[in-house]
Design a protein around this ligand. Sequence first.
Ligand SMILES: Cc1cc2nc3c(=O)[nH]c(=O)nc-3n(C[C@H](O)[C@H](O)[C@H](O)COP(=O)(O)O)c2cc1C
Length: 145
Amino acid sequence: MTDHDLLRVLRSVRSTREFRPDPVPQELLTRILEVARWTGSGMNRQPWTFVVVRDRASLAAIADASPNAGHVRGAAAAIVIVMHGEMPEMETFDEGRAAERILAAATALGLASAIGWIQPAGRPAVAALLGVTDQRSSLAPTIRS
Ligand SMILES: Cc1cc2nc3c(=O)[nH]c(=O)nc-3n(C[C@H](O)[C@H](O)[C@H](O)COP(=O)(O)O)c2cc1C
């Protein structure tokens, strides 16, 4: 990839909230997650867990949990970013870096994506669904565009 190609991908990251029904190949999700896990973080704490959600009932439950994440219902997959929540100010920055890299990687692979914020009221339901105890999470759903 040339510098021109990389800058074109970064410049073209846009939120898309309506998706085709096609499944996302596991290989593409794995490549996105590989980018996500190499994201730099404050003090190199890597204070996140990335949870991939693919089944329709769970995607619908996430959409129901927060009006901001309604588009997750129609996505082929979502990557839930669960932050560990021990250093909230630093982790807010870390979370943004990871989310943007997920979106950029999806864009580079020809996938449409958008963030879906889980509002505080919806977090207990999503945490129970995913079996996590952390208090904070946001979503970056992806699907082939
Ligand atoms: C911190 C943050 C939270 C966001 N939360 C949501 C969200 O909950 N739902 C949503 O549809 N878009 C969300 N977005 C996407 C923004 O609305 C979007 O990036 C902005 O409108 C610019 O549009 P673009 O991404 O197409 O350039 C969020 C973006 C950021 C940076």
